[in-house]
Design a protein around this ligand. Structure first.
Ligand code: F0G
Length: 454
């Protein structure tokens, strides 16, 4: 069958408040042309992020009811720990309230002035936590990973030659090597098993531990199954198990591939680091058997981890992103290719060549998507990255709009509606205008900046 149905039925629903284009034009104007300033109930299809926006299953909601809220030694913790260890065989599993809390703890221990962290590509919060510790973050993704139209199957791979040279030169400053699965900053692109194995071999040579930023590990494993010949008959679960057998530790945002609305963890084998991590955890997050979470959250994660490696789910997940991507390409809308796991990234620089980068073409497109269709997305371009530390402006490498898909939330008819909205956007694209920023905070300006039309 060419139609891949959503492999679930809907038992609880949330109404979408329908709005008209006229209403939305006023609402986005009142939000100072910034989609982050919109109220969620004024949005019809919310693609701002796939993080913490998943629909939980009936089994997860049932797990919430049996969550045990004991301060210490909760059975929910032990079920969580067993579920993580089933996939990721680490000795120390330390729950946190989300991914960046795990990063904060890890880099407080191993970071610090003079330290250098190589990664395929750091996600913003990872980079921020590395830099906050005084260390520096270095992105060594392969060249194809920086080219939106390159069709390389594993654009998340780290450049092995660059990594080797980096370790040769700086090995004394490098506490660990990191890989982000999938590479969110580069378009949700996977890392191959061959790359992971080769990175591990290089790490061994230099005596460096390998850590994964594992947010979207199941999507990454499914891409390995689809694209790496050796794994075509392997279960996703066994691919996940092999992936993590090569790692010495991981950070995780359970808000992605653990199918929950909040949660994360840090896991590792090194006893000394684990001890230090638990000490910090108690100060900042909570007792080691709950971290920053409630017992019920730990139950939901334990069940989510069993559901996320189900291949019917992953087939539907990856296919629905591709479905939107293929339709946009057919409409002549340029996107980052191949389509990644959790999102479609529209290349606004190529789509709206009449808007200069520093008039924020991707912001203009995000506003049009809201006005025309009630669809909310974020800009990933010069609004997010253009402001330099000396206060000047420089165009970002790419001007993208990310359509990030919440897990198990929207159906194919929602996706068809989004595609239809793009037909309208294509018809009106020459009318889209550039923007200027009229008010901005000192840091992370994309969240709160106010805009006006040029
Ligand atoms: N690492 C990656 C690759 C991520 O994508 C994120 C979050 C984090 C770490 C941090 O996890 O949010 O639980 O603290 N990404 C979200 C996004 C926010 O929209 O892509 P967190």
């Amino acid at each position: 069958m060419k139609t891949i149905i959503e492999p679930f039925r809907i038992k609880a629903v949330e109404p979408i408040r329908m709005t008209t284009r006229e209403e939305r034009a006023q609402l986005i104007q009142a939000a100072h042309l910034n989609t982050f300033r919109l109220r969620a109930e004024d949005v019809m299809i919310d693609f701002l992020t796939d993080s913490g926006t998943s629909a939980m299953s009936a089994a997860q909601w049932a797990g919430i009811m049996i969550g045990d809220e004991s301060y210490a030694g909760s059975p929910s913790f032990y079920r969580f720990e067993a579920a993580v260890r089933e996939l990721m065989p680490f000795q120390h599993i330390i729950p946190t309230h989300q991914g960046r809390a795990a990063e904060k703890i890890l880099f407080s221990i191993i970071g610090g002035p003079g330290k250098m962290i190589p990664n395929n590509a750091h996600f913003d919060t990872t980079r921020a936590n590395v830099e906050f510790s005084g260390a520096s973050a270095h992105d060594l993704v392969i060249e194809e990973g920086k080219n939106p139209s390159s069709l390389h199957p594993f654009k998340g791979n780290i450049d092995l030659e660059k990594l080797r040279r980096f370790l040769e030169q700086f090995h004394e400053q490098v506490p660990l090597v990191m890989l982000t699965l999938t590479n969110n900053s580069g378009g949700g692109q996977p890392v191959s098993m061959a790359n992971v194995r080769a990175v591990k071999a290089i790490c061994k040579e230099y005596g460096k531990p390998l850590f994964f930023d594992s947010c979207r590990f199941a999507e990454n494993a499914y891409f390995i199954k689809l694209r790496e010949q050796e794994f075509k008959d392997h279960s996703v679960k066994s691919i996940v198990q092999e992936l993590f057998s090569h790692a010495d530790g991981m950070t995780m945002s359970a808000k992605k591939d653990a199918l929950v609305n909040i949660g994360g963890w840090l896991a590792l084998n090194d006893k000394t680091w684990a001890q230090q991590a638990r000490n910090l955890l108690i100060i900042t997050e909570g007792f080691p058997t709950y971290g920053g979470l409630a017992g019920r959250d730990l139950e939901a994660i334990a069940i989510g981890l069993q559901e996320i490696v189900q291949e019917d789910y992953l087939q539907y997940r990856i296919r629905s992103a591709q479905y939107v991507g293929e339709a946009l390409l057919k409409l002549g809308v340029p996107i980052v290719q191949p389509v990644g796991g959790h999102a479609v990234y529209v290349d606004a620089k190529a789509f709206l060549p009449h808007i200069p980068a520093l008039q924020y073409p991707a912001q203009s497109l995000a506003i049009a998507m809201y006005e025309i269709g009630g669809i909310r997305c974020s800009e990933i371009g010069s609004v997010m990255f253009g402001r330099q530390s000396d206060g000047s402006e420089k165009a970002a490498a790419m001007e993208l709009v990310r359509l990030a898909f919440p897990r198990r939330v929207y159906t194919q008819s929602h996706m068809d509606y989004v595609i239809e909205c793009f037909e309208r956007i294509v018809a009106e694209k020459s009318k889209l205008r550039g923007l200027k920023i009229v008010e901005e905070p000192a840091a992370l300006r994309h969240f709160t900046a106010k805009f006006a039309w040029v």
